[in-house]
Ligand binder design. Structure first.
Ligand SMILES: C[S@@+](CC[C@H](N)C(=O)[O-])C[C@H]1O[C@@H](n2cnc3c(N)ncnc32)[C@H](O)[C@@H]1O
Length: 316
């Protein structure tokens, strides 16, 4: 259980049965081919493997894939059961062969996994696309194990359809505190002294240590068991898409991709098989009308973890 309902500081988003029913009216259920304009900024509440065949060719600029990892896990109404490495690779193969029709020659693909799924992900992506990198991000949470190392990292594989792709490195630089500020002839070298402290804007690497997994005191937190942080999606969306581009997430979960796409003026299409999670996504999307905040991304800059105090000083 991620939430701590006893505390008065709990800011997690909740949903009532009545809301699920109401919000479900907005979902699509596909049984026929559709045009791009019919699905833009919509949630399709259906099995992805069934819905994909009805989607139009080449509508996706950025594909974000966060399917069940290769482990046994329950997602409310559905359960994924762990497969052998070969069988998970075959499952991904079927998925990618269906999805590739939806991409443009300029599309980018980001694919999430843990250390165990990563073997299959790399192997499968390599068959279809140009694999460019593997981002590893630190999950602060994680269950300790008696006979193994605690798993505190996840991977995101970055690939593109061709060599012609969009990547805006300047939009995803990281603001870090300078611990040993170096000066040359009395002038700061590569950093700035501000009232809030000494900071350097650094190039983003493929090792992300500035991500916080949503928890009960964050308004973005929901009851979804494997919700991705908005900050993580913001990095991917800013680096690999332009305003008005279409971001497609066929395993939408609690809606993080769609929410961040909206906050950053992109379009989205999402598929989620579970009605409750789809409703949570829809509720979060509606809330973006009044709330464009992405925790950890402030004034066009990504801040390192635990720097909220500095960011608040800057705003004042
Ligand atoms: C790892 S979670 C995605 C979490 C999401 N990125 C977020 O930030 O909340 C995977 C999601 O895929 C959904 N799912 C699993 N199999 C599916 C399928 N065949 N079609 C559509 N959704 C599916 C699950 O219900 C679950 O919510």
């Amino acid at each position: 259980m991620k939430n701590n309902p006893k505390t008065s500081h709990n800011r997690s988003l909740t949903i009532l049965k009545r809301e699920i029913k109401e919000l479900s009216q907005k979902f699509l259920l596909l049984d026929n081919s559709v045009q791009e304009e019919q699905i833009i900024d919509k949630i399709i509440c259906q099995d992805t493997f069934e819905a994909i065949d009805f989607l139009p060719n080449g509508f996706v600029d950025l594909l974000f894939l966060d399917p069940p990892y290769n482990m046994s896990k329950r997602f409310n109404s559905n359960k994924f059961s762990k497969l052998s490495i070969d069988d998970y690779s075959k499952w991904l193969d079927v998925l990618m062969s269906k999805l590739s029709r939806l991409l443009k020659p300029t599309s980018s693909i980001y694919f999430c996994g843990d250390w165990f799924s990563s073997t299959s992900i790399h192997f499968t992506l390599n068959k279809f696309f140009k694999v460019r990198n593997r981002i590893t991000w630190e999950r602060e949470k994680g269950r300790g194990a008696k006979g193994n190392w605690k798993n505190s990292s996840e991977d995101i594989w970055f690939s593109t359809v061709s060599d012609d792709y969009y990547f805006d490195v300047d939009s995803v630089k990281l603001k870090r505190r300078v611990l040993a500020p170096y000066k040359e002839n009395g002038t700061p070298k590569g950093w700035e002294k501000k009232t809030e402290g000494s900071f350097r804007l650094t190039h983003p690497s493929n090792l992300w240590t500035d991500i916080t997994v949503p928890f009960w005191s964050m308004p973005e937190n929901t009851e979804h068991p494997t919700q991705k942080p908005e900050k993580l999606l913001a990095k991917i969306i800013l680096a690999s898409s332009k305003e008005d581009d279409v971001i497609f997430d066929p395993f939408l979960g609690s809606g993080t991709t769609a929410v961040v796409a909206k906050k950053l003026s992109r379009k989205f299409v999402g598929i989620e098989v579970d009605q409750k999670f789809a409703a949570i996504s829809q509720k979060r999307i509606l809330l973006t009308e009044h709330d464009k905040i992405i925790q950890g991304y402030n004034n066009g800059v990504f801040w390192e973890r635990n720097s909220l105090n500095f960011q608040e000083k800057k705003k004042a």
